[in-house]
Design a protein around this ligand. Structure first.
Ligand code: NAI
Ligand code: X2X
Ligand code: MG
Ligand code: MG
Length: 347
């Protein structure tokens, strides 16, 4: 493992240099990797592994998603199967159904986990919240996770561009004595950038916090708050959207991604720098109590409970669609649609 200094804290990480693809292919040469579920992570991970030369099959129930798998080049009866058939054939079972759906399929999956097989997750959810999910793996299988830090869509896109998303990895159970190398080999296989180690509990608590926080929940909240204040003060939707979202995604965040926040600041006016340096701390202080409340709720298992309860309802898709529609049809995001349509590269 490479020792890297992260802001004064030394951590062991796995890079592609020290664990090259050839090594990963060798570690998994006798395995049949069965990706169960072809939603968001399923396609990204299975296609990347297939293109990397691994022996991969997909298990997906019939329907629209199955058809998508066929369109992506998976061949029924050869590399694409009904779920139970894939579970039978696979030696590494990648459980990539939505976290709520995993509960329903678990008894089936469990019945195919013969000794010597491995169970792979991309989230610590099912195992950590076992009191709520009932997911307790048999003791004679390896259990590990690789959690790409981003959407399966980006995992695939970046792979195709020759880049990679970073992933965490964790070993929950090492029955074979080889769980660790198998897990890291899977991490390399799915197209990770570098891999950092965690455990199932830390993976799920950080992930649930991040997606509810700065990655998705908080960012939308801050966008909405600023947009509303600008609109209430007479600014047009164009002006409010550009000043809240478009400039951030098109101009400033790519600079942050490239070289950090200070460098982005340094490439803005001295006026902007002065203001940003004065205001970031009040924003931190105003939102920190909300982040603390969020983390405590995650820690107490409340967020898992809400996710399971809400996402197990028979009409959850319709309800979800209504909430997404509320976002899509808000003035801010409708303004966004118009703004995007005017990007020079789209006309
Ligand atoms: N969406 C993402 O990009 C990320 C997801 N993860 C984790 O990866 C895992 C998979 O998540 P997603 O790809 O988002 O899943 P998803 O919500 O896209 O669902 C995956 C598949 O589950 C199937 N499915 C749903 N209910 C089913 C049932 N009752 N029986 C059989 N099949 C059923 C669907 O047909 C779909 O193909 C989860 O543990 C998630 O937390 C981790 C990182 C990012
Ligand atoms: C994309 C990702 O890693 C998330 C936000 O945690 C998720 O989709 O669960
Ligand atoms: Mg998540
Ligand atoms: Mg995540």
């Amino acid at each position: 493992m490479a020792k890297i200094n992260f802001g004064g804290v030394e951590e062991d990480v796995v890079t592609r240099e020290e664990f090259p693809l050839e090594k990963a292919l060798d570690v998994l040469k006798d395995e049949v990797i069965a990706v169960i579920g072809y939603g968001v992570q399923g396609p990204g991970q299975s296609l990347n592994m297939r293109d990397n030369g691994f022996n991969v099959i997909v298990g997906q129930r019939k329907g629209k998603t199955y058809d998508k798998a066929v369109a992506d080049g998976w061949v029924p009866g050869e590399t694409l199967f009904e779920i139970e058939e894939a579970l039978e054939r696979g030696t590494i079972i990648c459980f990539l159904l939505s976290d709520a759906a995993q509960i329903e399929l678990w008894p089936t999956v469990k019945s195919y986990l013969k000794p010597g097989k491995s169970l792979y997750f991309s989230h610590g959810f099912g195992v950590t919240y076992k009191d709520q999910t009932g997911i307790v793996p048999p003791t004679d299988v390896d259990v590990f996770l690789v959690a790409p830090k981003g959407s399966g869509t980006s995992l695939r896109r970046l792979f195709v561009e020759g880049k990679g998303l970073n992933s965490s990895f964790a070993i929950y159970q090492d029955a074979s004595g080889h769980a660790r190398e198998k897990c890291i080999a899977m991490g390399i296989g799915v197209g990770s950038g570098y891999l950092f180690e965690t455990d199932f509990y830390k993976e799920v608590t950080s992930d649930l916090t991040g997606e509810r926080g700065t990655l998705m929940g908080a960012i939308q909240g801050i966008f909405a708050a600023q947009y509303e204040v600008l609109r209430a003060n007479g600014h047009s939707p164009s002006e409010a959207f550009n000043e809240t979202v478009e400039e951030l995604t098109q101009s400033l965040m790519p600079l942050v991604a490239e070289n950090g926040m200070d460098w982005m600041y340094a490439n803005c006016s001295t006026t902007a720098q002065r203001g940003a340096l004065d205001w970031w701390k009040p924003f931190r202080d105003a939102t920190k109590p909300v982040f603390e409340q969020l983390y405590n709720s995650v820690k107490a298992g409340e967020q898992a409970n809400i996710s399971i309860t809400r996402n197990s309802q028979p009409d959850y898709r319709e309800k979800l669609e209504e909430e997404l529609k509320e976002l899509r049809e808000s003035e801010m995001w409708k303004a966004g649609t118009a703004v995007r349509s005017l990007r020079p590269e789209r006309s």
